[in-house]
Design a protein around this ligand. Sequence first.
Ligand code: AMP
Length: 408
Amino acid sequence: MAESIADSIAPGSVLVINAGSSSLKYQLVDPATERVYADGLAERIGEPTGSSITHEVGGRERIRRVALPDHRAAIAEVVELFREDGIDLAAAQLSAVGHRLVHGGREFHAPILIDDAVLAAIERLSPLAPLHNPPNLVGVEAVTALLPDVPAVGIFDTAFFHDLPDAAATYAIDTEVAQEFGIRRYGFHGTSHQYVSRQAARFLGRPDDEINQIVLHLGNGASASAIRGGRPIDTSMGLTPLEGLVMGTRTGDIDPGIAFHLARVGGKSVDDVDRIYNLRGGLKGLCGENDFRAILDRIEAGDSAAALAYDVYIHRLRHYIGAYLVDLGRVDAIVFTAGVGENAATVRADALAGLEGYGIAVDPARNAERARVSRRISTDDSRTAVLVVPTNEELAIAQQAAEVVLTS
Ligand code: AMP
């Protein structure tokens, strides 16, 4: 089977790379036909034990347990896994490697061919995303070293939100301080919000510049956006991906004064507070669990901590929906996406319960149906269409990367 996959890889395919601090996700996809040839995940990179790569080609998954001292070693191992499947990435006539890059600051608002100047700019922006930009850079360098002849394209998570209106992007903080430290709302998950909003417009058969949408990206990370005529006018994540909705391990919105209290009264350092907010917050902080399926099971079994975590999650989500309904005035579609949004019918129902007066009505039977395709879950007479649209950031990255290469 692997032989036939190797033979069938279309010239112009794209290798998509998403490098995190200790992980590396990848996918080999044809941006034209949307066919996925292979994908995988390298985990525990740089850890002394337990690192592995889960590699899937043609529906066949294998797990390689192997030492991965750094990202370069991980990429070399991935290239080797492809080679064992008869796929020589260097000879596969890839049009591009598309890199997911988290923070593009004010500088990057579109996908870009990565050269030394771009690398230097991403490095300069690292203080804005210390957990994300450095591993992204390492990923770019490691892949470029192994595939030097394939153009590397950067797709920024912040790009879609680059032109947020000033009122939404500006924090009410001393403007000199904001200026000096680049403090403003940048927004994240932009590739997903852009892709999903365009898919939603296509599903509704309307040009996306004619419709207003609220997109709810509910995964382990979670964010909401208000999109008017194809352009975002607000989003819940801010300077960093910590603000906004309750997430798997992140607090989302929190009184900034809590940090002072923890420091002054609790003797916590900045790094302690960072961990409390980013790693020990959200659903995990509230009930010790960030896997939404497990939380729903625990609620079913009568667990009160899980029930409170769920209620806090829904409460925050409804606040953002309410705010964006007012911001947009007219909302044509509310769109759920990502792991929780696509799969947890109860979250969708509770997020929009009681909004019939606003022209929003979820149909319980449609909502309960499970499918991996875009679908409408609102009643026929709901003025606002409620949709579930699967996100596909890898495909969006591949398509944007291929286009950059074609047009440059
Ligand atoms: P993502 O970050 O988009 O991969 O989403 C991960 C989150 O989606 C985790 O909290 C999962 O528990 C949740 N998830 C995945 N499948 C389901 C499901 N069938 N029901 C509820 N939550 C799910």
